[in-house]
Structures are given as structure tokens and as C-alpha cells.
Design a protein around this ligand. Sequence first.
Ligand SMILES: NC(=O)c1ccc[n+]([C@@H]2O[C@H](COP(=O)([O-])OP(=O)(O)OC[C@H]3O[C@@H](n4cnc5c(N)ncnc54)[C@H](OP(=O)(O)O)[C@@H]3O)[C@@H](O)[C@H]2O)c1
Length: 247
Amino acid sequence: MTEAQTERQTIAIVGGTGPMGHGLALRWAQAGYRIVLGSRDAERAAAAAAGIRETLGAAARVEGAANDEAVAAASTVALCVPFAAHARTLQGLRSAWREGSVLVDVTVPLAVAVGGRPTDMLGLPAGSAAEQAAQLTPRSVRVCAAFHHISAAHLRDLDHALDGDVLLCGNDRAARAIVRALVAAIPRLRPVDVGPLRRARLLEPLTALLIGINGRYKVPGAGIRITGLPEGEPHPPAPSPTFGEGG
Ligand SMILES: NC(=O)c1ccc[n+]([C@@H]2O[C@H](COP(=O)([O-])OP(=O)(O)OC[C@H]3O[C@@H](n4cnc5c(N)ncnc54)[C@H](OP(=O)(O)O)[C@@H]3O)[C@@H](O)[C@H]2O)c1
């Protein structure tokens, strides 16, 4: 593998010590990606990375770093912090980004961030957490949103056969293709590309709905499955001019 190929295969995870970051790190490292796990505390990140290497074996390429060092080390970055820390974290990372990096924002702005219920959403001036991320990152960073509807508990349990669709959106078509590949790298997850970033306004609240369903049916991780899509379709055809989405 050339240095450039290794570079493309690196994913930084901001907030990588939490359940969601840890789960994605496990699954992506298992798929062969190099992971730089970020934390506010580099030592905590190093310990979490060592835990993943212990789980997956020494061949797993996982290391820990401070969040800003992680972002600087990769061209693909997953943001896995609670919404209460979303803006402050991105403000602190502003100078760390590489030109043209892809940011995959998994954040759901649940009302719990301000003491409300996990089945309610916050209303945001930007429209969604992902659009807020786009406002708080340098212009060249290509923000996408995805993985809102996959349970961290299921990601972290490597014996759990994942099941479901990962709806993703973003304004940059090439960035969405990168995120589709990140989804497809995890066995049994199917990427469903829903178009431009403003669709995050529709995706993020579905998590609150799923949390409510989990409670009603006493299950740990209800998910989403879109029906009616063509089998094996790698990505959607170009949008019809009728809809003119630019996505
Ligand atoms: N959990 C799920 O099943 C799930 C599913 C879909 C989407 N999500 C979304 O994924 C994101 C992460 O979820 P999670 O459950 O992993 O969250 P979490 O455990 O609350 O936080 C993740 C990490 O963020 C860092 N963090 C916490 N508070 C912070 C603060 N005030 N400032 C900066 N960093 C802070 C911590 O890392 P350090 O202390 O090491 O810095 C923590 O380990 C959330 O936005 C959530 O909506 C979660």
C-alpha cells in the first residue's frame, strides 16, 4: 500500500472514547481502516485505542490522539460528541482541518442536551446539527451526516449482526460517495444516499422517533429500512431535473 493509499484509508474520530465513536472505530478498524481515535485527553484516547487493538488483535491500526491532532491526521473525520458539545468542539478544531476533508456528523440534537426528553428534538437556527457543523468548519470541509439510526450498542457488539439502512446526506457528491463506502465497509449495513445536507433536518429527528420505539417495544436498537430500492444499486442515479436538488 502506498503512503497516499494509507492516507485515504485513515479515519479520525472526534469524541472517539464514547459509545458511538468506539463502535464506529471497532467496525471500521475491523474493515481494515486506520483509525485515529480523538479525545479531549490524549491519554484517554490512547487507552481506548489500546482496548480496540486488544479486541481486534495487534494487526488493527488504531491509535489515540487529542481531537485536534486526530483531525489533522486524516482527510475523513467522524464527529461523535454529544450535541451539547457540538458547537464548542467544532470551534476549537477550526484550524486543525485539512483542505477538502470530509466530515461525517453523527450528532442528533436531542432535547436531553438542555434537560428535555430524549424523544424530543431541539430546534436549531441552522436547521440541523449537520448544517450547524457546516457553519462552524472551514468552507473547504465537505460536511455529510450519517449513522444517526444505528445503535452504538449494536456497533460495539461485534457478535451482533447489524441490520438496516444508513441514510446519509451532504452537499458534495464525491463526499457522499466516500461516506457510502464507509457504510458499505460495515457488514450488512446499506447506504441510502438521500441527497443534500439540508435533508439532515429530516434524518436527525428520526432518531428521537427510534428512541421512542425502543422504549415502547423494550428493544435496544430499532433501526430504519427503506423498501422499494433496486437490489445492489451502488448509488442513486443523477437527480431528475424536475426535482432540481443539486444532489
Ligand atoms: N449512542 C448512540 O447509540 C448514538 C446513535 C446515533 C447517533 N449518536 C450520536 O453520536 C454522538 C455521540 O454519542 P455518544 O453516545 O458516544 O456520546 P457521549 O458518550 O455522550 O460522548 C462521546 C464523547 O464525546 C466527548 N465529550 C463529552 N462531553 C464533551 C464536552 N462537553 N466537550 C467535548 N467533548 C465531549 C467525550 O470524549 P472525551 O471525554 O474523551 O473527550 C465522550 O466520550 C451524539 O451526538 C449522539 O447523538 C449516538
